[in-house]
Design a protein around this ligand. Structure first.
Ligand code: ZN
Length: 85
């Protein structure tokens, strides 16, 4: 199981969700923020190109060459919080 997922990760098809020790489908080719619902477990990728651009600039200023980055945000999804009509 793990080895299969590792292969998919290398193929760019899935990414590991570190804080959940879980895996999620890569739904967007652009870097995104993973919004993870702690209630129902839904994982949603939210595009935030300007955020990643800022992050990249900050890391570059530190001389840090990032290979990949995943930002995970925990909270409650629209369904669970009732925010979505
Ligand atoms: Zn939810």
């Amino acid at each position: 199981m793990y080895r299969a997922l590792k292969g998919l990760e290398e193929a760019g098809l899935v990414q590991r969700i570190a804080t959940l020790r879980a895996w999620g489908l890569v739904t967007s080719p652009t870097p995104g923020v993973l919004a993870i619902c702690d209630d129902c477990g839904a994982v949603r990728s939210v595009e935030a190109p300007s955020l990643f651009e800022t992050l990249h600039q900050r890391l570059a200023a530190e001389g840090f060459a990032e290979a990949r980055q995943t930002i995970e945000v925990h909270g409650r999804c629209g369904d669970c919080s009732g925010a979505k009509g």
